[in-house]
Design a protein around this ligand. Structure first.
Ligand SMILES: NC(=O)c1ccc[n+]([C@@H]2O[C@H](COP(=O)([O-])OP(=O)(O)OC[C@H]3O[C@@H](n4cnc5c(N)ncnc54)[C@H](O)[C@@H]3O)[C@@H](O)[C@H]2O)c1
Length: 426
């Protein structure tokens, strides 16, 4: 990968920055998120990753075929505003700009009421979710469809706990005790039947999730809260197969879940205040930083922002302003560098409404408004250049270089966690 600065670095930076700000403003103007919630998501999740690598390298990890599905959905949804949003002045003048979502004052009683957590699906996300609960002293029952997958998950949880130990001052004994709190089973009934909370992190498939929620409703105790980590489906769609929609909620983590503190909370129309309050108290006690949404919206906050950044990154490449590697270098070095400390609203607020309006007025008319999958992305998928999993995408990968990239990302996120996150006890 090259880190050279292209001739058009300033334009690339301004366009991608404005694409991020445009979608941030649109989310607030629609009333689905506060500026504080948007900034929390950016500072604690997507912005941390962008401070380490650009959008091409990041999305390349999961593969362009999957990105085509995720982003293909979201480009139909995200903002296409071409003039400064009317709400800009009001939003920037609002008291909640630059104010992080409140994180203290957790109701310790509600947090302590959740002692047994079932995690359904022990893959990339499930093992990380499980290890974080275990590190916080919860008894975790991890479920997947085969004992081989569960053995692998526990091995990965050990590695994850060792990483977490560096930022949370866990001793070897703490790591072993946490591992000892993770039990595994291939039986969903066994996993759920004593749970206070179930977090579903199984493969992304609507019918599968609806079936799992229907079964969890039968197996889990009546008081248990049922949550999903799905990136795609809305709580109303999986709550519908249960008899307890008031106790169903979306808890959307970001990868890696134990190294990124931000979590989006998505209430369905039937989710009760009590369910939201219990989950809020629990996650605050775990040291997570919460970004609650006011209602259901496709892509939540983080994936809509990421889709806006990727659409613009692709557009500047298609406009000949730089190669994917050059755009990645500009985004991570110039835009991403500030994002772990200040989200788009905190930055706009610091720059002032006048300067922000001027930036937007100059660049909004230039931004991509494509409603379909960008051509460059379609070409990559057609050519089979899907990214890391096939060894070729916008970059060439060997198993060694892919592993080195993952390690670099993980080490950088650990460093950020050590610098920015205050360890808490639950
Ligand atoms: N990967 C990410 O960056 C990311 C980020 C946020 C949310 N999510 C969401 O998390 C969920 C899991 O994603 P992942 O990346 O961990 O996928 P993954 O493929 O790594 O893991 C999914 C696991 O679910 C298991 N599974 C399949 N059917 C099952 C069943 N019937 N019962 C129990 N387990 C079953 C699979 O065997 C697999 O181990 C998805 O809903 C996804 O949208 C993923």
């Amino acid at each position: 990968m090259t880190s050279s600065q292209p001739e058009h670095a300033a334009t690339i930076e301004a366009r991608v920055r404005c694409a991020l700000l445009r979608e941030s403003l649109a989310l607030v103007a629609r009333g689905v998120a506060t500026p504080g919630a948007v900034d929390t998501v950016v500072r604690t999740t997507v912005g941390r990753r962008l401070s380490v690598a650009g959008p091409f390298a990041i999305w390349e990890q999961i593969g362009w075929d999957l990105v085509q599905v995720i982003v293909g959905e979201l480009v139909r949804e995200i903002s296409n505003a071409t003039t400064t949003l009317d709400a800009l002045d009001t939003i920037l003048a609002s008291a909640s700009v630059a104010t992080p979502v409140e994180t203290d004052g957790a109701d310790s009683g509600a947090a302590k009421s959740v002692q047994r957590v079932a995690v359904v699906g022990a893959g990339l996300m499930g093992h990380g979710i499980a290890l974080e609960f275990a590190a916080a002293g919860r008894d975790v029952y991890l479920h997947d469809i085969s004992s081989e997958l569960l053995t692998q998950a526990v091995d990965r949880a050990r590695v994850g706990l060792q990483a977490l130990a560096l930022t949370r001052q866990l001793s070897d004994a703490d790591v072993n005790a946490a591992l000892g709190r993770i039990r595994t089973t291939t039986e969903l009934r066994e996993c759920a039947n004593a749970a206070d909370l179930v977090v579903e992190a199984a493969s992304e498939n609507r019918e599968l999730k609806q079936r799992i929620f229907g079964e969890l409703d039968v197996y889990a105790p009546a008081h248990a809260i049922l949550a999903s980590n799905t990136s795609t489906f809305l709580p109303s769609s999986y709550a519908s197969t249960t008899s307890r929609p008031a106790q169903v909620i979306g808890i959307h983590y970001f990868n890696p879940p134990h190294l990124l503190p931000g979590v989006e909370l998505i209430r369905g129309p039937a989710t009760s205040d009590q369910t939201a309050a219990t989950i809020t108290a629990l996650y605050r006690a775990l040291g997570k930083q919460l970004a609650p949404l006011n209602g259901e919206i496709q892509g939540f906050i983080g994936n809509r922002l990421q889709a806006a950044v990727l659409r613009e990154a692709i557009a500047v490449v298609e406009d000949g302003l730089g190669s994917p590697a050059e755009v990645d270098a500009v985004v991570s070095a110039e835009i991403g560098r500030r994002l772990p400390d200040a989200g788009p609203f905190a930055q706009a607020s610091a720059a002032g409404a006048y300067a922000t309006r001027a930036l937007l007025e100059e660049h909004l008319p230039l931004l991509s408004n494509k409603r379909e999958i960008p051509g460059l992305l379609r070409q990559k998928v057609k050519a089979g250049e899907l990214g890391v999993k096939v060894g070729q995408g916008f970059y060439s990968w060997t198993p060694e270089s892919a592993e080195a990239w993952r390690r670099h990302m993980s080490d950088a996120l650990l460093d950020l966690a050590a610098r920015l996150d205050i360890p808490t006890t639950a």
